[in-house]
Design a protein around this ligand. Sequence first.
Ligand code: SF4
Length: 225
Amino acid sequence: MTLRVGGLTRLTTIDFPGRLAAVVFCQGCPWRCGYCHNPELLDASQPGTLAWADVLGFLHQRRGLLDGVVFSGGEPLAQSALPAALQQMRDMGFATALHTGGMYPERLAAALPLLDWVGLDVKAPWAQIPAITGVAGSGAKVRASLALLLESGVAHEVRSTWHPGLYPLADLQALGQELAALGLCDWVLQPCDDPRAPGSAAAARQALAGITPGQGGWPALRVRG
Ligand code: SF4
């Protein structure tokens, strides 16, 4: 079984902190977030648009030019071929990164020894995550994934995507306090551009711009947007 790939970004400076990297977009995701920006990648029954062998060929040519490879999606951990692909990247001398929604904690635990950096989406307070993903029990999965990530010592970033129509700002603040209590240091807040809620990104951007870490009930995390 080889990785099903739905797209490739040949060079990024923003998806893997401190590295020049390529991004491999993996086909398939079990969740259905209304604001998903990659809906063409969600159907796990699709074969993908790019052969893994072609991705490997490209990366062979980029050895010495790129530092790392990011696996994004879709949900990379949905594919059983991911660990072998990560090992291939390590064998080729690339650092490895994963963007995940956190729905597969056991698979994340198995992949962590093969990863140099993880970006984990914590979309909402645990109880509100299923309303966003459309999947019962998804909040508990994300919580378990976060615990594993924090225990692992692997470099990471937690991202929360928000606009006022998803849940109240006070709930985002409470989530931040909980994340800080769990030991998180870096929290990225992203304004959500929800196609079902036109103008949501502008409203979110304005509200998030007013946050001062450590003041007004916000946690003393390194909040970035
Ligand atoms: S988890 Fe990510 S890829 Fe999957 S539906 Fe939600 S936003 Fe899209």
